[in-house]
Ligand binder design. Structure first.
Ligand code: MG
Length: 251
């Protein structure tokens, strides 16, 4: 069942989303060559608590940190560590926070210093694909229209969309129904309605789409070692469109 949120719940989700966006802004300004992913995790956690929220990832399924930090060929679920970021790396950071019982969830892939034109294009296309998907998250569409729009944009640019991991409904729980794939045929699945909230999150590989999990049982990497990017926003469907609750631009 897809939960329809009340206007009060909508307001709480707006707060949760703004908190996540604020954390991403803080992280963005801290990312540079020489910083460790653990330092970024500590900054995120401190900021989340300062904003009267609770990290959503810490302890989730045993995950040990407040952010996922996935570098280069790492797709998602990277564990923050003493790894030092290098000039030319790309880092995908995923942040989730609960505010008064409601969750916001978002991810961005950031450049570390100067990055290659190929990496830059990967980031740009993945971000555009997220926005193509968000444009379909409206009450006149069906669920699969989102993934279809994402896949179409990614493949038109010669890149590959990850199949094994998908977006999700979000609200009182971080992961609610429905699953939101980033691929597929249009016009399938439930009709979208005002009051639904979705975390839309394309993961895009510069090489082929298959991924695998490392022996730490968390870190997902591309099977072919190619670079991967991840952009995610929490989106609330309204009567006349949608609101991107985790948009950094709205701060
Ligand atoms: Mg998510």
């Amino acid at each position: 069942m897809i939960v329809i949120k009340s206007s009060h719940e909508h307001q709480l989700m707006q707060r949760a989303g703004r908190i996540v966006a604020t954390v991403l802004c803080e992280l963005e300004s801290a990312i540079r060559p020489g910083v460790t992913t653990k330092e970024l995790d500590e900054l995120a956690e401190t900021t989340i608590y300062k904003l009267n929220a609770i990290p959503a990832f810490k302890g989730y399924g045993g995950f040990p940190a407040s952010i996922c930090a996935s570098v280069n060929e790492e797709v998602v679920h990277g564990i923050p560590s003493q790894r030092v970021l290098q000039e030319g790396d790309i880092i995908s950071i995923d942040v989730g926070a609960f505010y008064e019982g409601y969750c916001g969830d978002a991810a961005r892939t950031f450049p570390v210093g100067e990055i290659s034109p190929t990496a830059l294009e990967l980031l740009q296309v993945t971000k555009e694909a997220l926005y193509q998907g968000i444009a379909m998250a409206k009450a006149t569409c069906r669920l699969s229209d989102i993934g279809h729009a994402i896949q179409t944009h990614v493949e038109a640019n010669g890149l590959a969309v990850v199949r094994q991991y998908v977006g999700h409904g979000i609200g009182r729980k971080m992961h609610e129904e429905p699953q939101v794939p980033n691929f597929g045929l249009p016009g399938r699945g439930p009709r979208l309605k005002a009051g639904m909230a979705l975390a839309i999150e394309p993961m895009v590989n510069a090489g082929q789409f298959p991924v695998k999990v490392l022996s730490d049982n968390w870190t997902v990497v591309t099977q072919d070692g190619s670079l991967s990017a991840h952009f995610e926003d929490t989106v609330f469907i309204t009567e006349d469109g949608n609101e991107v609750l985790t948009a950094q631009e709205e701060l």
